[in-house]
Design a protein around this ligand. Structure first.
Ligand code: C2O
Ligand code: CU
Ligand code: CU
Length: 504
C-alpha cells in the first residue's frame, strides 16, 4: 500500500513538474514564417442620435481560419473573432447597445471605464440569449486605451477565450493635440495579444492546467504568424494582454529600445525609454518605436528573467519562454517621422495622507474557516471566495482610499479594480519608478510582493449594485478570486446591504 502511494505521489509530482515546464519554461513558438497579414479590427465611431453617440455591439458565434486549412469555431463582437475598436471622446454621452446572440447568458464589461455600477457589465448585468442591454454614460475620463470583454461569473474565461473582446479607446483634447502617430492601422496599431491551444481539427482547447488556461500558439488580433508593413518612421503600438492567464515580457528580437507612452489609464508624463514592457492579463501599454533605420524587427515575449530566475519561476509558475508575436516590416516612408514628444501628460501624485482608510487585500493564502479548497475553488481574496450575494467592502463616495494588496502565495496575480484608475504608492516599501508612475487599473502582484495603491472614489454611488475587484487571471476570477464593493453616500445608513442587493 505504502509503495503504491509513494508511486502515485511520484507520478503526481512528476506530471505537475512536466506541465509547469511545458507551460512556462519550454513555451516557445520559434521559427514562425510570419506570412499572414496582421488583421486590424474595424473601428466603430457610432452614430449620433439626439446628441448621444450610439454604438451597436452584437455578440455571436462564428468561425475563422487561424491555422491553414482549419476552421476554428469562435465567438466575437460584430464579427467572428474579437470586436471592433470602439472610439469614444471625452465629454460625449454614449449609448452602447449590446445584443447577445449566443445561446447562453453573458455580460459585457468596460474594463478601465469610470461608469455607474449598473452600466459596468459585471456578473450582475446579465444579458440573456436574444436580449439586448443598453448602457448609457458620459465619457469623462482622460484619453486611455480601455477594452471590453464578457464578465459572466464562472464563464468569463471561456467566453473571452472564444474571442469576445475588443479595444475601447478614449480620446480627449490632450491626445488630439499631442504630435503622436494616430492614423489607425497605419502608424497607430492595435495589438491584442492572446495565447491559444488548438486541437488537431483546429478547435480551441479550453483546458485548465496549473489552475488556468494557457496556449502554445500566439494570435495577434486573431492572426496567427502575422506580419505588419509599416512606413520607416516612428510607429505607435497599443498593446493589450487579452490572454486568459499568460504574462508577457515584451520587447523586440534585436533588443532595440523604444518608448512607453501610456499605461492602462492614460499617458505617462514623459516618454519612458526601455526595451521591455511587462504585460499581465488585462493590462495595456502604448509604445512608440522608431523604424527610420528600415530594419525589420520581431515583437516577442521574453522569458521573465534570466536563467536562474527562470529555474526559480519553474516552481512558482511565473516563468515564460520565448514567444514570437509579430514581424514588423518597414517600407519606404511617405511622410516625415513624428518627433518624440517631450511631455505627454500631467499626473499629480495622490498623497497617502489624503486617504480616509487603508483596506488590506490578501491574494491567495488560506480560505477563511478552512473551507473546502479544491478543484474549481480559486485562490481566495482576504480568505474569501466570491459570492454574488455578499458585499465585501463598502466605500464612501468622495473618499480616497489606499488598498494594500499583498500576495503571500506562490504565484503572481494581476489585481484589477473596476471603476477606478489608481496610482501605485509603493511596492514593497519602494516608491514607484518608470511605467509604475502611470495610471493603472490592473497591477501585477508577484508572490511575496505588497503593493499599496491609492485612488479616489468619486462621482458614482449606488447602494444596490456593486463593482468587482479580482485577479485578472480569468480562471482564478471564475473560480472565485473576486470580491464586490459598493460605493455609497453614507455607509452608516446602508443597513443590510445583502438584502438590498439588486441584480441589475
Ligand atoms: Cu477586465 Cu472585472 O475585468
Ligand atoms: Cu474591469
Ligand atoms: Cu490569480
Amino acid at each position: 500500500m505504502r509503495r503504491v502511494l509513494m508511486g502515485l505521489l511520484i507520478v503526481v509530482v512528476f506530471s505537475v513538474a512536466v506541465s509547469y515546464w511545458l507551460i512556462f519554461v519550454r513555451a516557445t513558438n520559434g521559427g514562425l514564417a510570419f506570412d499572414n497579414k496582421l488583421l486590424i479590427p474595424e473601428q466603430l465611431f457610432g452614430t449620433v442620435v439626439d446628441g448621444r453617440r450610439q454604438f451597436h455591439l452584437t455578440v455571436d458565434e462564428g468561425s475563422r481560419e487561424f491555422l491553414p486549412g482549419k476552421q476554428t469555431p469562435t465567438a466575437g463582437v460584430n464579427g467572428p473573432y474579437l470586436g471592433p475598436t470602439v472610439r469614444l471622446r471625452r465629454g460625449e454621452d454614449v449609448d452602447l447597445i449590446v445584443r447577445n446572440n449566443l445561446d447562453e447568458m453573458t455580460t459585457m464589461h468596460w474594463h478601465g471605464a469610470h461608469v455607474p455600477a449598473r452600466m459596468d457589465g459585471t456578473p450582475h448585468q446579465k444579458i440573456q440569449p436574444g436580449e439586448t442591454w443598453t448602457v448609457s454614460f458620459e465619457v469623462h475620463q482622460q484619453a486611455a486605451p480601455l477594452w471590453y470583454h464578457p464578465h459572466p461569473h464562472g464563464t468569463t474565461g471561456r467566453h473571452s477565450y472564444q474571442g469576445i473582446a475588443g479595444f475601447m479607446w478614449i480620446d480627449d483634447d490632450n491626445s488630439e493635440a499631442l504630435d503622436l502617430p494616430k492614423t489607425y492601422g497605419v502608424d497607430d496599431i492595435p495589438l491584442v495579444i492572446q495565447d491559444r491551444l488548438f486541437d488537431d481539427d483546429g478547435a480551441f482547447v479550453f483546458a485548465i492546467n496549473q489552475g488556468a488556461v494557457y496556449g502554445d500558439t500566439m494570435l495577434i488580433n486573431g492572426t496567427w504568424s502575422p506580419f505588419l508593413q509599416v512606413e520607416s518612421r516612428r510607429i505607435r503600438l497599443r498593446l493589450l494582454n487579452g490572454s486568459n492567464a499568460r504574462i508577457y515580457y515584451i520587447g523586440f528580437d534585436d533588443n532595440r529600445a523604444f518608448h512607453q507612452i501610456a499605461t492602462d489609464g492614460g499617458f505617462l508624463e514623459t516618454p519612458l525609454q526601455t526595451n521591455r514592457v511587462t504585460l499581465a492579463p488585462g493590462e495595456r501599454a502604448e509604445i512608440l518605436i522608431d523604424f527610420s533605420d528600415g530594419a525589420e524587427a520581431v515583437l516577442k515575449s521574453y522569458p521573465e528573467a534570466e536563467l536562474l530566475d527562470t529555474i526559480g519561476s519553474f516552481f512558482v509558475g511565473l516563468g515564460n519562454g520565448h514567444l514570437e508575436l509579430l514581424k514588423i516590416v518597414p517600407q519606404p516612408a511617405k511622410r516625415a517621422s513624428h518627433a518624440l514628444p517631450e511631455r505627454l501628460n500631467t499626473i499629480s501624485r495622490i498623497k497617502a495622507s489624503d486617504a480616509a482608510k487603508t483596506r488590506p487585500m490578501v491574494l491567495g493564502g488560506p480560505l477563511q474557516g478552512g473551507g473546502p479548497a479544491g478543484p474549481g475553488v480559486g485562490p481566495p481574496i482576504n480568505g474569501k471566495i466570491m459570492d454574488m450575494e455578499r458585499i465585501d467592502e463598502v466605500v464612501r463616495l468622495g473618499d480616497t482610499e489606499i488598498w494594500e494588496v499583498s500576495n503571500p502565495g506562490g504565484q503572481a496575480h494581476p489585481f484589477h479594480i473596476h471603476l477606478v484608475q489608481f496610482q501605485i504608492l509603493d511596492r514593497n516599501g519602494q516608491r514607484p519608478t518608470g511605467a509604475e508612475l502611470g495610471w493603472k487599473d490592473t497591477v501585477l502582484v508577484p508572490a511575496g510582493d505588497t503593493v499599496r495603491i491609492i485612488m479616489p472614489f468619486d462621482r458614482y454611488a449606488d447602494p444596490e449594485v456593486p463593482y468587482m475587484y479580482h485577479c485578472h487571471i480569468m480562471e482564478h476570477e471564475d473560480a472565485g478570486m473576486m470580491g464586490q464593493f459598493l460605493v455609497v453616500e453614507d455607509p452608516q445608513k446602508l443597513g443590510n446591504v445583502t438584502k438590498n442587493l439588486q441584480h441589475k
